[in-house]
Design a protein around this ligand. Structure first.
Ligand SMILES: [Zn+2]
Length: 527
């Protein structure tokens, strides 16, 4: 796609260049919603933070100018990118508005916006399924009606994907969208739920839409603007967001943080060092006149959103978006639910996820969640398919704990114990792998914590046994497993669990310690 050019991938997230006639947006990106009549945070402040595009409302601009087509960049004194919504939101809030689809599209073209939206019919949260279905069909009728008008347009055009919160309707919209030559798809979101930290619906809907929409086109999510949830949606393939939350929250005295929202009155400290929070004390912020307080709170909120976008991009670049989700998921129960849904769509993620990146950083393995890392799972699958299943392991599988890097010291020691046999390494996160892979990613490039929790042991031992059983189906001669372990290390409990499960499957399994000398050299170093 010449207007959309993804460069970096991680999970289903991507860093891409979205080209418009007035410049390029680096996605993932959030368009701050700007009020064309009453804008509390001046545009130069927003620009200074690093936002080079905003979204405003073409319908309000139309009303303000009584339908006269004025250049929107000149009027708002902004020579960068402007996206306009069409008034669909006003339809949702106030019912019908006194403008039709064709008029607003022509107007968006005349005022020279960079990204335009047709006049859709948002479904919101209050519509019955029947009403929502009618809204979906009406939106598509308007998308069809708009096509001849868009032929000569030089902007990017957005096709709204309506039907939320009804999954079948979002699915229908996503599949039908393939037939329409729009540049960007935009999922209507149940904004009301987001106010209550209820993220499960939006995460499911984004996953559903991303799975069924053309993957090469960017996906915008309307009305999502909290730093808590953005990385989860990016991980599922959302590229663009817009939100008025920064100002709506500010008008309500609410201060955004990475992990939640606080009322200014609830705070004892300002847990942020943006220019606002560095310059003002909490007491000063509280004592300001309302208008000034709103402006500063909104400015802080925007800084927090920009910081989150940068963090997300950095994690994508480093190939550590999964680790970032693990971290965020521990901050709030609602994010835990969001993370569980991301896990559910792990197969979708694997499809989008390159196994290695040119500059992938070490994989961080913390607990049970790390076992679900889509890249790790994909790598294990490939190791099985291309390496393990090709090995001739004889009648007995020898398993040796990959207990300390560099593995060369274990390889030397094991030569003395089982000199003539092939063996495999086992590890609570990495599963089973041959020593030949021990210098490759992530078998070497990873960090983990030696104190492995019980859940990880259970999940990991089951996974390792599954691999052994698969190998055995393939090579029927395998009839015994011998596992070595190091006392007082994870290998003791993991080997015990593996043997127990194998015996349950009727496969002979014995455990041996690696011996006192070996142990003293291999036991993880005391801190
Ligand atoms: Zn701040």
């Amino acid at each position: 796609m010449e207007y959309y050019d993804p460069k970096e991938y991680d999970l289903a997230g991507r860093i891409a260049k979205l080209k418009t006639k007035n410049g390029t947006i680096e996605t993932p990106y959030l368009f701050p919603v700007i009020d064309p009549i009453r804008q509390d945070v001046p545009l130069y402040v927003i620009e200074k933070m690093g936002f080079n595009a905003f979204i405003t409302n073409a319908y309000l601009f139309y009303r303000r100018n009584r339908g006269r087509p004025k250049n929107i960049h000149d009027t708002l004194k902004w020579n960068k990118i402007i996206m306009t919504d069409s008034g669909g939101y006003q339809v949702l809030v106030y019912g019908d508005i006194e403008i039709d689809n064709k008029t607003i599209i022509e107007y968006e073209k005349q005022i020279g916006v960079d990204i335009g939206v047709i006049l859709d019919v948002p479904t919101g949260t209050k519509m019955s399924w029947e009403e929502a279905r009618r809204a979906v069909f009406e939106t598509f009728d308007r998308a069809t009606e708009a096509l001849p008008l868009l032929m000569d347009a030089d902007q990017l055009w957005v096709l709204p994907i309506q039907g939320a919160p009804y999954r079948d309707l979002v699915l229908y919209s996503s599949l039908r969208a393939w037939k329409y030559p729009y540049h960007i798809h935009a999922l209507g979101s149940p904004t009301v739920l987001l106010e209550r930290y209820d993220y499960t619906d939006i995460v499911e809907l984004v996953a559903l839409a991303r799975l069924h929409l053309p993957p090469q086109k960017p996906l915008h999510v309307f009305g999502v603007g909290h730093p808590m949830i953005l990385p989860f949606l990016v991980a599922l393939g959302a590229d663009l967001f817009d939100s008025a939350s920064y100002i709506l929250y500010a008008r309500d005295g609410r201060y955004m943080t990475e992990t939640g929202t606080r009322r200014l009155d609830e705070l004892t400290y300002l847990p942020c060092s943006c220019p606002v929070c560095s310059r003002y004390t909490l007491a000063e912020l509280k004592s300001l006149k309302r208008k000034e307080q709103i402006r500063l709170l909104a400015t802080h909120n925007l800084y927090v959103l920009m910081e989150e976008l940068r963090k997300i991009k950095e994690h994508i670049k480093e190939g550590r978006l999964w680790e970032y989700l693990e971290y965020k998921s521990k901050a709030h129960p609602s994010l835990r639910s969001a993370f569980n849904i991301v896990k559910k769509y792990v197969r979708l993620l694997e499809k989008y996820n390159p196994l290695t990146k040119p500059n992938t950083f070490a994989m961080m393995m913390n607990d049970y969640d790390s076992l679900h890392h889509p890249r790790l799972r994909a790598i294990k699958k490939n190791v099985y398919k291309f390496v393990l299943s090709k090995l001739d392991l004889g009648n007995t599988i020898y398993l040796v704990p990959a207990i300390r890097k560099p593995y060369s010291s274990i390889i030397e020691l094991v030569k003395e114990i089982i000199p003539n046999e092939e063996y495999l390494f086992y590890h609570p996160f990495l599963g089973v792998f041959p020593p030949s892979l021990s210098n490759t990613y992530p078998f070497f490039q990873h960090e983990y914590n030696d104190n492995i929790d019980r859940y990880t042991i259970i999940e990991s031992s089951n996974e390792i046994v599954d691999t052994i059983i698969k190998l055995r189906e393939f090579r029927k001669s395998i009839n015994e497993v011998i596992i070595y372990y190091v006392e007082d290390s994870w290998s003791e409990s993991l080997s015990e669990a593996i043997c127990e499960i194998l015996l349950g499957h009727g496969i002979k399994c014995t455990r041996h310690t690696l011996g006192a000398l070996v142990q003293s050299q291999l036991r993880p170093r005391e801190l």
